[in-house]
Design a protein around this ligand. Structure first.
Ligand code: 13P
Ligand code: SF4
Length: 316
């Protein structure tokens, strides 16, 4: 007997309608997953979308902390992640016990946690932030208050530099993908691609040197430190024809699809997040068909974490 191959795309689209489900996908997701998504965006846009949807089920195609954020914002909805192993090396650099101990060392400080953290860590935080609003969030805190910023040290140093804040303590965490995008990688490109715009994610270890180039003039007008959605917007609206992209390479699919007349060059071809790539179209189908894997944050944790997320949403 011959087995008929399942058309996963067709089945996903059918199940999505039947179950009044919405598929949210991060900009780094595989092309076939982006193609079935109702909405593609960065962490902030995905959180806002999760908060606003009237769908009964949210299939979160991203990493675990993002699905947790959706569950925190929509406690009455079913939030599914197609693979529980879609974690985040950056979120794993700090846990709730470590944050509690750090807070004890600085009892009067305001805690700002990047959204790439577990729900338990968010629950111990005063504010959340994402790469697109970190500067705004830190600027909203009175200048005389100490800030504990976590967990990304490159984003933290960038925020400290832009806000000129001297009382910011930064957790030494990093993302394995972005830490690997180094100053030398940018410098090589800068030497040959004179007319390109440079789009750099603030989690990259090359962020400070990019800022240095911007200040010095070799990247004046052409260097841009942006969240993934900020990069998408810049790609759409800039008059440039060539873009050097310093972030996870999954974003290139959407950039090229939406801007077919422009050229996008990755700074590092192998900058791929193995966690983001855990989510495949077959797993999205499996998720919708079998209700797996539900992400539910316990109410006590969710209620506290929601305060930090809501404070962020109120200022962004
Ligand atoms: P964005 O919010 O800019 O999409 O970043 C999320 C992330 O995980 C970057 O690695
Ligand atoms: Fe986490 Fe880095 Fe992957 Fe983003 S790219 S999800 S920060 S491991």
């Amino acid at each position: 007997m011959t087995m008929l191959a399942i058309d996963f795309k067709e089945q996903v689209l059918r199940l999505k309608k039947e179950r009044n489900a919405i598929i949210l996908a991060h900009n780094y997701q595989l092309p076939e997953v982006q193609d079935v998504a109702d909405f593609i965006g960065d962490s902030l846009a995905l959180s806002k979308n999760a908060a606003a949807t009237d769908a009964d089920v949210i299939v979160f195609c991203g990493v675990h902390f993002m699905a947790e954020t959706a569950s925190i914002l929509c406690p009455n909805k079913k939030v599914l992640i197609p693979d529980l192993e879609a974690g985040c090396s950056l979120a794993s650099t700090i846990n709730a016990d470590e944050l509690a101990a750090w807070k004890q060392e600085h009892p009067d400080a305001v805690v700002v946690s990047y959204v790439n953290t577990t729900a338990e860590v968010k629950a111990l935080s005063d504010y959340c932030c994402t790469s697109s609003n970190a500067v705004k969030v830190v600027n909203s805190i009175p200048a005389d208050r100490k800030v504990l910023f976590l967990p990304d040290m490159f984003l933290g140093s960038y925020v400290a530099e832009v806000t000129k804040r001297k009382n910011m303590y930064i957790w030494p965490g990093e993302c394995h993908v972005h830490a690997g995008i180094k100053a030398e990688d940018i410098n090589k490109m800068l030497a040959t691609l004179k007319n390109a715009d440079f789009l750099v994610h603030p989690e990259c270890s090359c962020t400070s040197s990019t800022m240095y180039h911007m200040a010095k003039g070799d990247l004046a007008q052409k260097g841009h430190i942006l969240s993934t959605e900020g990069m998408m917007k810049h790609a759409r609206t800039s008059g440039a024809k060539q873009f050097v992209v310093a972030t996870e390479t999954g974003i290139l699919y959407r950039m090229r699809k939406e801007n077919p007349d422009k050229e996008f060059i990755p700074v590092k071809e192998d900058a791929t997040c193995r966690y983001m790539k855990k989510i495949t179209l077959e797993k999205v189908y499996n998720s919708l068909a079998h209700n797996v894997y539900e992400v539910k944050v316990p109410k006590q944790v969710a209620d506290k974490a929601r305060l930090a997320i809501d404070r962020m949403l109120a200022i962004s």
